[in-house]
Write a protein that binds this ligand. Structure first.
Ligand SMILES: [Zn+2]
Ligand SMILES: [Zn+2]
Length: 84
């Protein structure tokens, strides 16, 4: 999904962008855009993608026997994996 046109760059702060959806100032456009359109919820264990978060949660619980964690939390202890 295209996200570039959903942001306006801040005229005073290089590298800062304002989200046209919520008005928030962000630096990582892609990450922020995903918070509005969490269209694909990917299992970080096996890579399967669900369109609904609750399905992914159920998948994690039943298949991997673990709880859903936010992608950002997951990133903090899996910094080497970048294929998201
Ligand atoms: Zn936003
Ligand atoms: Zn899985």
């Amino acid at each position: 999904m295209a996200y570039e046109d959903k942001f306006r760059s801040d005229p005073f702060t290089p590298g800062l962008f304002h989200c046209l959806i919520c008005g928030k100032g962000v630096r990582n456009k892609h990450n922020h855009f995903r918070t509005h359109f969490p269209g694909d919820h990917r299992c970080w264990q096996c890579g399967v993608v669900y369109s609904r978060l609750d399905k992914l949660k159920t998948h994690l619980r039943t298949v991997h026997n673990c709880d859903y964690i936010q992608r950002t939390q997951w990133m903090t202890f899996n910094l080497n994996t970048s294929n998201w």
